[in-house]
Write a protein that binds this ligand. Structure first.
Ligand SMILES: CC(C)(COP(=O)(O)OP(=O)(O)OC[C@H]1O[C@@H](n2cnc3c(N)ncnc32)[C@H](O)[C@@H]1OP(=O)(O)O)[C@@H](O)C(=O)NCCC(=O)NCCS
Length: 185
């Protein structure tokens, strides 16, 4: 955290829901980050190198800290609420906060999938979003094949708004994206 960030303050109480708590990434989250880097898809949608080694994973953790400082948004490690062990990462991205809009993203390490962590994390992240003054809308962009992410969005109360054809390039191919969004209750 730095007093120079243009964003609202880092939450004094870590956002939490169900089995997860959202906290700062730490260097001892390395094993989770290296597991995340073994996923075929995660490295294509962010800056984590595929099959990252220790140094690359630590550099990625450092970049997550800088997201807040540079005003990009809040990047949280998703941690198990009982053990505090990191199981994934999520972010609330706020470059359009002045217009009342954010986007969100989330990934769970392959070893920790299928236990409800993503649904709980997105629910906690979204509730945290509504504590930010001036934020009215959080959008998710999800590829149509990504059933796990679609179910995660729906579990967290997001509504499907449409299909954005040829919306962005991922791994060298233009991709359609489903648009999901939640609005301030
Ligand atoms: C998508 C992802 C985050 C799901 O994480 P997870 O912790 O396994 O998800 P959860 O256990 O919270 O499951 C949430 C819902 O999705 C369903 N689900 C999860 N993975 C699924 C899969 N591969 N196929 C079908 N349904 C799936 C669960 O059954 C659950 O549904 P329910 O609410 O009806 O019970 C995880 O697979 C991942 O990190 N994928 C790679 C990165 C990614 O795609 N991120 C999203 C980019 S838009």
């Amino acid at each position: 955290m730095t007093p120079t960030s243009p964003l609202p303050p880092w939450p004094s109480t870590p956002p939490a829901h169900g089995g997860v708590v959202l906290r700062r990434a730490r260097e001892d989250d390395l094993a989770m980050v290296r597991d995340l880097a073994t996923d075929d898809y995660v490295p294509t949608i962010g800056t984590l190198p595929a099959h990252a080694d220790d140094a690359e994973a630590l550099a990625w953790i450092d970049r997550q800290h800088r997201r807040y400082d540079e005003g990009t948004g809040f990047s949280f490690a998703i941690a198990d609420a009982e053990t505090d062990t990191a199981v994934g990462q999520c972010g609330l991205w706020l470059s359009e906060l002045e217009a009342g809009r954010a986007t969100a993203g989330y990934s769970i390490a392959p070893a920790d999938r299928g236990r409800g962590y993503a649904g709980d994390a997105l629910t906690a992240l979204t509730a945290f979003g509504w504590t930010l003054p001036g934020l009215f809308r959080i959008a998710l962009y999800i590829e149509p094949w990504n059933t796990g992410s679609i179910r995660t969005a729906e579990r967290a109360g997001y509504a499907r708004e449409g299909l954005l054809r040829s919306h962005q390039e991922i791994a060298g191919t233009r991709r359609d994206m489903l648009l999901y969004a939640a609005v301030r209750p």
